[in-house]
Design a protein around this ligand. Structure first.
Ligand code: HEM
Ligand SMILES: *[C@@H]1O[C@H](CO)[C@@H](O)[C@H](O)[C@H]1NC(C)=O
Ligand SMILES: *[C@@H]1O[C@H](CO)[C@@H](O)[C@H](O)[C@H]1NC(C)=O
Length: 536
């Protein structure tokens, strides 16, 4: 089979090169007329260099400085990829003309292999069915009902760290591992009313270990052969694509292992909840699992999910819902360790709020209390802006279109343009990371915008428009709760021997996401340690 696949890939490369030759005879227009870096690799374009950056965004910032926020770059098989961080172009792609820009197999098929037909993978009508069914589970009212549950997990994490501090003045904690476990338990409890026991089992939790760092395990530093293999997916029909689930390579083996492991959990959860739904014990519940079981029993095709789809959603929500928040919080605590003064002011804000809570006879923060913590919210916003977990999003034009620009650019021929014509099939890469860095020049948005509207800054960290993050409010609320709990209780410092400025947490590139790792220690499972002590 491998030999067949290899032949297939070579064939695609050949056909692409012929197309390219013909096109180069036609001269430059549209995307081809844009400025951009020149690569020597016809087969891989910049894919390899981008995937080998030490810190995500280094190359892109250089290009933004050189060409402006919209430029041309070579992708695999000598394709021209349109790169943009332009606000108007992004608004067009994600809001105004979202239905004209679809997903591509090279980007989303790995998601299918990992879990099956899930909402992040889906496109077109299938996607609309998935999103419509799942939306109610993420309504504001539904989320508010999770507050106590988030707080319980936060307290539990605090207790774990306090126990270690009982006999030491301070301890070095693998913060991202613990945050990842806490976030896994939170998504299990909130979405599936199920205890994944990631915090209780700690190092013994097979599920936590399998999921932790999965973006890295599946997408980090792929070999050239594998990059080419995955790029070839854009040219293959779905029945052939499905065969790639069986490729005997390291990344694919790992993907199969995690899938099998998750499916045992997923099936057990489903079995339990299905009998509760059938016995009307979950009447009135609108959590994810109740909604999924009911969708399976729906008599209307438009609101029905089959068992494979349900399990795929459960796997995907578990993944999308916890490594993302854990990574964001890791960077947040790292930034606070670097800025002890801001950290101290945040702690004061949290403690003053706590005093008010106790004075009125309550036990814990309400949502209003949390929304009133301006310094904490700003820390969350700023972390999302500077360290977006999803660094870029790729889309493909489904028909000829014209992409409007807020920032005019100069073409190769010296012409100033305010719009770029794109042809059907044109691949567009939206750089969320670069967009976020320009946002600084925009007027500061109010907290209200962050809490209640996905169009508010820092919108692009959660994407925008119809396919914006389904769990963005969930994520913000979860982070508000955990920040109040952890920063209110503990002090975070950079590791002792490395305080001299050597210690740096970088963003490792993994497909269109990034993961945190300590400079020079990427092989070390991307584990980030900080010194933790009880705050006085
Ligand atoms: C800081 C945390 C998070 C960040 C930065 C984040 C970011 C994103 C981004 C950028 C997308 C768009 C991806 C694309 O179009 O290719 C997305 C989609 C999605 N996210 Fe999140 N996410 C976070 C947390 C969560 C949580 C907690 C959940 C669930 C509880 C979740 C569930 C989803 C789902 C289901 C989608 C697919 C939405 C669709 O295609 O309609 N995310 N997320
Ligand atoms: C979903 O429906 C199918 C077919 O009706 C059934 O075999 C399966 O057990 C159902 N699964 C769940 C989780 O309800
Ligand atoms: C385009 O975006 C995708 C998704 O983020 C990424 O994997 C790929 O490397 C990018 N390609 C180029 C040439 O920028």
């Amino acid at each position: 089979m491998i030999a067949n696949l290899a032949t297939g890939v070579i064939l695609i490369a050949f056909v692409r090169l012929v197309v390219l030759l013909v096109r180069s005879l036609r001269g430059s227009e549209g995307v081809r007329s844009l400025k951009g870096p020149r690569t020597s690799s016809r087969l891989l374009g910049y894919e390899y260099d981008l995937s080998r950056q030490e810190d995500v965004g280094g190359l892109e910032s250089q290009w933004v400085r050189e060409y402006g926020p919209t430029w041309r770059i070579s992708g695999a098989f000598a394709t021209d990829v349109l790169m943009t961080a332009d606000p108007k172009a992004l608004q067009h792609i994600f809001h105004k003309s979202a239905y004209n820009y679809g997903k591509q197999a090279s980007q989303n098929h790995m998601g299918y292999i990992m879990s099956g037909p899930n909402i992040v993978w889906a496109d077109g009508e299938v996607y609309h069915r998935h999103r419509k069914i799942m939306n109610p589970a993420f309504s504001t009212a539904q989320l508010r009902s999770f507050l106590l549950l988030f707080q319980a997990v936060g307290h539990k994490l605090s207790e774990k760290w306090k126990a270690e501090l009982a006999s030491h003045k301070e301890v070095e904690v693998f913060v991202n591992r613990w945050l990842s476990r806490a976030a896994l338990d939170i998504i299990g409890a909130a979405a599936f009313d199920y205890d994944y026991k990631a915090m209780d089992e700690a190092d013994e939790s097979a599920l936590a270990k399998a999921y932790h760092g999965i973006f890295k395990d599946v997408n980090f530093r792929l070999s050239k052969a594998e990059l080419i293999l995955r790029a070839s997916w854009d040219y293959l029909p779905f029945p052939i694509l499905k065969l790639f689930a069986y490729v005997p390579a390291r990344t694919f083996n790992h993907v199969r292992y995690v899938k099998n492991l998750y499916m045992t959990y997923g099936k057990q959860i489903l079995g339990e909840k299905r009998s509760e739904v059938d016995a009307e014990k979950r009447a009135g519940e609108k959590d994810v699992v109740t909604i999924l079981v009911k969708a399976n029993e729906s008599s209307d095709e438009k609101t029905r999910l089959n068992e494979e789809e349900i399990l795929a959603q459960m796997y995907t929500l578990t993944l999308a819902g916890h490594e993302t928040t854990a990574t964001t919080l890791t960077f947040l605590l790292y930034e606070l360790a670097k800025n002890p003064e801001y950290q101290a002011r945040m702690r004061q804000e949290i403690r003053e709020a706590r005093t008010r809570v106790l004075a009125r006879g309550d036990i814990d923060f309400t949502m209003e209390d949390l929304d009133g913590m301006t310094l904490c919210l700003n820390a969350i916003k700023e972390t999302l802006r500077m360290h977006p977990v999803v660094t870029q999003i790729q889309r493909v034009a489904m028909k000829d279109d014209v992409l409007p620009l807020a920032h005019p650019i100069v073409t190769d021929g010296g012409q100033i343009v305010t719009a770029v014509p794109v042809r059907k099939g044109q691949v567009v890469n939206a750089s969320l990371a670069m967009y976020n860095r320009q946002v600084m020049q925009l007027p500061a948005m109010t907290i209200k915008a962050l809490t209640y509207s996905v169009t508010g800054f820092p919108r692009m960290s959660f994407s925008a428009g119809t396919r914006a993050c389904l769990g963005w409010r969930f994520a913000v609320m979860e982070m508000q709760v955990l920040v109040a709990e952890l920063v209110g209780t503990f002090r975070f410092d950079l590791p002792a021997e490395l305080e001299s400025g050597m210690f740096e947490v970088l963003r490792g590139p993994a497909g269109n996401t990034m993961f945190p790792f300590v400079r020079g220690k990427v092989e070390h499972d991307g584990a980030v340690t900080l010194r933790v002590a009880l705050a006085s």
